[in-house]
Write a protein that binds this ligand. Structure first.
Ligand SMILES: Nc1ncnc2c1ncn2[C@@H]1O[C@H](COP(=O)(O)OP(=O)(O)O)[C@@H](O)[C@H]1O
Ligand SMILES: [Mg+2]
Length: 250
C-alpha cells in the first residue's frame, strides 16, 4: 500500500465549501462534509439536490467554482496513477457495453485497468459470485434486468479493488429486492475495509448508512448517524424528518 495514501485519521473523502453554478442554477452552494475511512456515508437528497454534481466534483470529473475536493488527502483532479487505482466510481448513468455479455464486459474493464490475467480470473469469479451473476455470465448486458445491470456495473467498478468507492444513485429505479441486495453488497465491502460514499433519492435508505447527510439545494441541512438523527429530533421516520427540514429550508 502507498504510505502517502494511508495517513491515519485523515478523512478518505472531503468536500470543503464546494460551489458550482450552471447558468442560473446553483447546483452546489458551499457543500462541506467528510467521509472517514471505513464509513458507509449516504448522501440523501431529492432530485436536483446536487448529488451527482457533488460526486463528480469528488471524483475529479468537474472543476468546482469555489471550494475544494479531497480524496485520500489529494486533489482528485491532480492525483497520479496510484491515486486513481485507489478510487472506484459507479456513475448514475453507467455505460456498459450492451451488446457484450456479462463476462465480456468484465474482461473489457479488466483490460482497461490492465489487470494481470491471474488476478482477473480470481476477481471475476469472486465478483460474479458476490453479485450472484455466475449463472448469467454468458447473457448480454441488454438482456439483464435493471437490478442485474446495476450489479454488473458494480462488479466492473470493483475489478481493480479500489479503497474508496463512490456510487451515484445505484438503487434509483431498481426493484426492492435488488435494492436490498445492493445494500447488502455495500455492507460486505465496508466490512472488508472499503470506504463507500453512496447517493440516493430514497430517504428510507438513510437507515442503511453508518452516517448520512441530507442534501438540499446544494448544501447539507442535517448530518449524523441515522438512529442518532431520529433520536435527536424525535422523528419517527427519515421521510418525516427530511421532508420537514427541506420544507423549513425552502
Ligand atoms: N451540466 C449541467 N448543466 C446544467 N445544469 C446542470 C448540469 N448538471 C446539473 N445541473 C443542474 O444542477 C442541479 C443539481 O443537479 P444534480 O447534481 O444532477 O442533482 P441530483 O443528482 O441530486 O439530482 C439541477 O438543478 C440540475 O438541473
Ligand atoms: Mg443525480
Amino acid at each position: 500500500m502507498d504510505a502517502e495514501l494511508s495517513e491515519s485519521g485523515a478523512p478518505a473523502l472531503e468536500a470543503l465549501g464546494l460551489a458550482k453554478r450552471f447558468g442560473a442554477v446553483e447546483a452546489l452552494r458551499g457543500l462541506s462534509f467528510a467521509v472517514r475511512p471505513g464509513e458507509l456515508y449516504g448522501l440523501v437528497g431529492p432530485d436536483g439536490a446536487g448529488k451527482t454534481t457533488a460526486i463528480r466534483a469528488l471524483a475529479g470529473l468537474l472543476e468546482p467554482d469555489a471550494g475544494e475536493a479531497r480524496v485520500l488527502g489529494r486533489d482528485p483532479q491532480r492525483g497520479g496513477a496510484v491515486f486513481r487505482e485507489s478510487l472506484g466510481l459507479m456513475p448514475q448513468q453507467y455505460s456498459l457495453y450492451r451488446d457484450l455479455s456479462v463476462d465480456e464486459n468484465l474482461r473489457f474493464f479488466s483490460r482497461l485497468y490492465a489487470l494481470p490475467r491471474a488476478a482477473y480470473r480470481e476477481r471475476r469469479q469472486r465478483l460474479l459470485h458476490l453479485t450472484r451473476l455466475d449463472r448469467f455470465a454468458g447473457r448480454r448486458a441488454d438482456q439483464l434486468s435493471g437490478g442485474m445491470y446495476k450489479k454488473l456495473a458494480l462488479a466492473c467498478a470493483l475489478l481493480h479493488e479500489p479503497r474508496v468507492l463512490m456510487l451515484d444513485e445505484p438503487t434509483n429505479g431498481v426493484d426492492p429486492v435488488s435494492r436490498r441486495e445492493l445494500w447488502a453488497l455495500l455492507h460486505e465491502f465496508v466490512h472488508g475495509g472499503m470506504t463507500v460514499l453512496v447517493s440516493t433519492p430514497y430517504m428510507d435508505e438513510a437507515e442503511r448508512c453508518s452516517r448520512v447527510g441530507l442534501l438540499h439545494a446544494g448544501r447539507l441541512l442535517l448530518e449524523g448517524p441515522p438512529l442518532e438523527l431520529l433520536a435527536r429530533t424525535g422523528a419517527q421516520t427519515f421521510e418525516e424528518l427530511f421532508v420537514q427540514r427541506i420544507g423549513e429550508a425552502a
